[in-house]
Design a protein around this ligand. Structure first.
Ligand code: AMP
Length: 393
């Protein structure tokens, strides 16, 4: 598969699928520019080669051409981040877009209007994809966050290009995951937390052969504790997955993977930040109480495992981190991962909710890499190939 560095863009127009699906404030200001910053290296590479960049993205989930989802709101923020005044065209296909794209000069950037103003985008419509393809000479996909979707601009459009490649962000995502899943360094540790076993089961099965340690935390842990005969009170549980949980433990043992489950939990009677709490053993939680965070002994066990790991993958919080009272386990884990990273371990945070937890507590700056795509990263961890990446092959 080619990368953007395999091409010289002199006098060429790069049609780049970026992920500018950024959060906007009520005043339509960009609240977090990190996705724009993520796309910057690829865009700058094209400009420095002497080419021009035509940028396409979606924003939100518009129904029809709702103005609040117009990409015009982000033009200034994109110009700021890139340090180049960005041009904007109020359509992403058709005459006006083609005219704007044909008038672009080397060193210039054109941002197209929201792709999802057309339902054809999400449908992966052929004709729509062909219209998009008229806007550039070389197709670059740098939108990791939507690479698991077979949409017109992320996947279908690629077949209309002889010259196509992944951008630098997409490349970094793939390389980071490869570093974790195909590492020659050991030990490799995966921390899987979050709410449910059911949403992580494929991930667990796929990564078992690739890790030495598996830490299972969060709501998921209680299904394991109950399956092992423990009393878990009112804690989150998926009763129908108990057998599967035991099966995972057997498979892990057969593959020499050490599984670390929490041994204690911060329990409460109410799902409330100000509720009374106490610490109980994970297999002896009182009736009427539920576990919402990893207890102190569990944190210590996890810390030891992390401290000796060379490669760390973190997906999912260890507790209900959205509430202060139940965030301590997640924070402690983040601090240990940060420490291990400082001492030379490679750490990747990604998939689902973990990125917001990492950002909330400032760990995003202290780990080796934070994935930009929740769903896309989860699918890669599940061992699935992503249509947006396959289309570039
Ligand atoms: P996920 O999207 O699967 O990574 O799950 C993240 C969610 O799991 C977060 O919103 C947490 O609040 C929730 N969570 C973590 N631990 C628990 C727990 N012990 N009980 C209930 N929810 C939890």
């Amino acid at each position: 598969m080619k990368t953007i560095n395999d091409f010289n863009f002199k006098d060429k127009r790069a049609l780049i699928r970026v992920d500018f699906n950024v959060p906007l404030t009520n005043e339509f200001e960009v609240a977090d520019k990190s996705r724009i910053e993520g796309a910057k290296p690829s865009i700058i590479k094209v400009l420095e080669d002497g080419g021009s960049a035509i940028l396409m993205s979606h924003l939100g989930r518009p129904e029809g051409k709702e103005e609040k989802y117009s990409l015009k709101h982000i033009v200034n923020a994109v110009s700021d981040v890139l340090g180049v005044k960005v041009k904007f065209v109020e359509d992403c296909v058709g005459k006006e877009a083609e005219k704007a794209a044909s008038e672009i000069h080397p060193g210039e950037i054109l941002l197209l209007e929201n792709l999802r103003y057309y339902p054809e985008e999400k449908k992966g419509d052929d004709e729509f994809a062909e219209k998009l393809s008229k806007l550039g000479d070389i197709y670059i996909n740098d939108a990791f966050g939507t690479a698991h979707r077979a949409h017109a601009s992320t996947t279908v459009v690629a077949k209309y290009f002889e010259d196509k490649a992944m951008g630098l962000l997409l490349q970094k995502e793939i390389e980071s995951l490869d570093k974790v899943l195909n590492s020659t360094e050991k030990p490799v540790t995966a921390v899987l937390g979050g709410a449910k076993v059911s949403s992580k089961i494929t991930v667990i099965e796929n990564i078992l052969p690739k890790v030495d340690h598996l830490i299972i935390g969060g709501g998921m842990a209680f299904t394991f504790a109950k399956a092992q005969g423990g009393s878990i009170g009112e804690s989150l549980v998926e009763n129908d997955l108990q057998e599967l949980a035991l099966d995972i433990l057997i498979k892990a043992e057969a593959q020499n993977v050490k599984v670390h489950l929490p041994v204690d939990s911060v329990v409460t009677q109410e799902f409330d930040n100000d509720a009374e709490t106490k610490i109980e053993a994970i297999n002896a939680i009182s009736e009427g109480w539920m576990g919402l965070d990893a207890g102190p002994q569990s944190r210590e066990i996890f810390a030891k495992v992390i401290a000796e790991s060379k490669i760390i993958l973190w997906n999912g919080p260890l507790g209900v981190f959205e509430m202060d009272t139940f965030s301590k386990g997640t924070i402690a884990l983040g601090e240990e991962i940060a420490k291990a990273t400082e001492q030379g371990a490679f750490s990747l945070v990604g998939g689902g909710d973990s990125v917001s937890a990492a950002k909330q507590f400032g760990f995003d700056k202290k780990v080796s890499y934070v994935s930009t795509g929740g769903g896309a990263m989860l699918e890669m961890l599940e061992g699935k190939s992503l249509p947006g990446i396959d289309a570039l092959k």
